[in-house]
Each structure stands twice: as structure tokens, then as C-alpha cells.
Design a protein around this ligand. Structure first.
Ligand code: P6P
Length: 335
């Protein structure tokens, strides 16, 4: 790209262009992006900033919270509650929704986030990130948890920030997928990719192989075929990557293709999967589809799923379209 533009200029262009980006939504995205800069500063301090280690508490998922989980959550809440663009927020780190306090004006949007995804990587200096999803509060009633229970197709924006060797913000408002890199000297997000596209084919899969003995047969069939390489039915060798940070794995797939799978397995058979639908799978699915990829739960398009609970989990198969379609076909054949 010859002339680099800032996030603000990109959003103003989206306001004027076909997206007709509403000004409240533009403000929301700018506020979230600014909050991610603040989180990046804390993440980058590491041991120098007393941000590592556990907070001595558990979240609604029953997972031990890291100090940075709570810091990131508080940054996003404080940054977003006064601006007048939101009615309420929901977070992986909070049992219930956070309604904008009466002392501030309420807006028409709902913001959902995983404030710090990949927490198990914090203390070992591996990329982590923030994932966010934006819905409209359109049920005409006082905002409540049920206001959030909308399918992924209702999202008006989604994105993530990866806190890695670079801090990158990846965003869609329904007009394709763009990437911004944090210019630390200027303190601003600079557009560095204006049309992320996922190749329809790939030779790279991402899955936690240690769970192999617990997988359903269609998943085992697919991975076995990948492992069989060029001598097997696929006729080509595959590579494997697993960062155990969804943001990092999805960022790689948006950048060079691949398939990411966190499927249902027998370890907790009553749970449909590990990842959360509302603030992990849906925003990532929106981004992946906008970049020409696909995203299913093995049987149906994730973005078509009607949520019933705020923190519900889902099985995830996303990335290069032809591979996702193959895995989905294997599941349907096994029904
Ligand atoms: P496992 C991180 O905790 C997370 O929610 C995702 O970011 C990541 O893909 C997954 O869990 C890793 O899970 O079981 O491999 O540690």
C-alpha cells in the first residue's frame, strides 16, 4: 500500500461510502480501538507491570482469571460506558450484562467481548488478544440479556486485536476485512491491509491434537487424511499449527489461509464445544466469511445459529472454504 491512512480516516470514509457507517458505530469502533491500545500497553509491560499471574478468582466459565483478564475487562467497560453509543455490554469475564449506568446517555448498540483471549499464554509471552462483536439493541424493550441473544448474521461490526510482535487490529463493518497496525511512535492505528482474503484451499490445519482420542469420527477422519499426506486420499502433505490463542490462530488463517477446529469432544459430552458463541465464534465467523472463508459448527453455519444463552458454547470449524466444506460434509455423512 502506498499511502497509509489512520483508523479514523478509514471510518470516516466508511461513513461516506456504501456502508453509510452510522456515526455512533464509528464512535464505538474508535473507542474500542483506543481501549485496545491501553490493553496493549499493559500486556507489553509483562513482569515489569505487575500484570502477570492469576487474580485469585474464577469467571462465569469456572476458569481461573488472570490479572490481565480483569484489567482488560475493566479497560473496555470504563472506555465504553460514558460515550452514549451503547445500551449495554457483555463479557466473557462477567456473569451478567453490564447496562450503561443512568448517569450516562444510552445508545443503540450492544458490545460483546472476550477482553483477553488466550489467557493461558500470558505468562509465557505468546500472542493473546481481544475479540469484540457489535449488535444493535432493536427489541424496543429495556435492554436485558435477551436483547443480546441475536444470531451472528445480526452483527453490524466485529474485530479483534492481537497483542503479539506487532499489535494489529482486524475489523469488519460488513465491507470486507481490513487490518491496522499500531504505530507506537504516533500512538495510532495505521491501515496496513485493506482487503484480507482467505485462500479457498490450504495445507495447514489448527487443532489441539492432544484431544484426538476424544474426537467424533468425522473429525478423526479429516485429521487422519491430513496426516496421511501425499500418499493418502488428499494427495498432499499438510502442516499443523496450534497457538492455543484463538486470535493468533485465526489471524494466521486470515493472513495465509488454513483451517481452525475446536470441535465437540467426549471429555465434556454435554457441552457442544469449548469456545463461546456470542463473543468468540460469531465475531470470528463474521470476519472469516467477510474474507471469503467459511465457518460452521460441523453441521450448520455458525452465524445462522439462534443463541439461547449469553455464555453458550459451540463447536467451531472455520477458515479456508473448501476445507471447512469437506469437514462439514463428513459430519453430515455421519448423521
Ligand atoms: P486448549 C483460550 O483459552 C481459548 O479459549 C482459545 O483462545 C483457544 O483456541 C483455546 O481456548 C485453546 O484451548 O484446550 O488448546 O488450551
Amino acid at each position: 500500500m502506498s499511502h497509509r491512512i489512520s483508523l479514523t480516516q478509514y471510518l470516516i470514509e466508511q461513513q461516506r461510502g456504501p456502508a453509510q457507517l452510522p456515526s455512533q458505530l464509528r464512535l464505538l469502533i474508535e473507542v474500542v480501538a483506543r481501549a485496545c491500545k491501553t490493553i496493549a500497553i499493559s500486556v507489553n509491560k509483562g513482569a515489569l507491570g505487575d500484570v502477570l499471574g492469576t487474580a485469585g478468582s474464577e469467571n462465569v466459565q469456572g476458569e481461573v482469571q488472570k490479572k490481565l483478564d480483569i484489567i482488560a475487562n475493566e479497560v473496555l467497560i470504563e472506555a465504553n460506558e460514558w460515550g452514549g453509543h451503547l445500551a449495554a455490554m457483555a463479557s466473557e469475564e462477567m456473569d451478567d450484562i453490564h447496562v450503561v449506568p443512568n448517569r450516562y446517555p444510552q445508545g443503540e448498540y450492544l458490545l460483546l467481548f472476550d477482553p483477553l483471549d488466550g489467557s493461558s499464554n500470558i505468562d509465557v509471552n505468546v500472542s493473546i488478544g481481544t475479540i469484540f462483536s457489535v449488535l444493535k439493541h432493536s427489541d424496543g424493550h429495556a435492554v436485558s440479556t435477551s436483547s443480546f441473544l441475536q444470531p451472528g448474521t445480526a452483527q453490524v461490526a466485529a474485530g479483534y486485536c492481537v497483542y503479539g510482535p506487532q499489535s494489529t487490529l482486524v475489523l469488519t463493518v460488513g465491507q470486507g476485512v481490513v487490518m491496522f497496525t499500531l504505530d507506537r511512535e504516533q500512538g495510532s492505528w495505521v491501515l496496513t491491509q485493506d482487503k484480507l482474503q482467505i485462500p479457498e484451499d490450504t495445507k495447514e490445519f489448527a487443532i489441539n491434537m492432544s484431544n484426538m482420542r476424544h474426537w467424533a469420527p468425522p473429525v478423526k477422519r479429516y485429521i487422519d487424511e491430513c496426516l496421511a499426506g501425499k500418499e493418502g486420499v488428499r494427495g498432499k502433505d499438510f502442516n499443523m499449527r496450534w497457538v492455543a490463542s484463538m486470535v493468533a490462530d485465526v489471524h494466521r488463517i486470515l493472513t495465509r489461509g488454513g483451517i481452525f477446529m475446536y470441535p465437540w469432544d467426549q471429555r465434556e459430552p454435554n457441552k457442544p464445544g469449548k469456545l463461546r458463541l456470542m463473543y468468540e465464534a460469531n465475531p470470528m465467523s463474521f470476519l472469516v466469511e467477510q474474507a471469503g472463508g467459511a465457518s460452521t459448527n460441523g453441521l450448520q453455519r455458525i452465524m445462522d445459529m439462534q443463541p439461547t444463552q449469553l455464555h453458550e458454547r459451540v463447536s467451531v470449524v472455520l477458515g479456508s472454504k473448501n476445507e471447512v466444506e469437506r469437514v462439514t460434509a463428513y459430519h453430515r455423512e455421519a448423521q
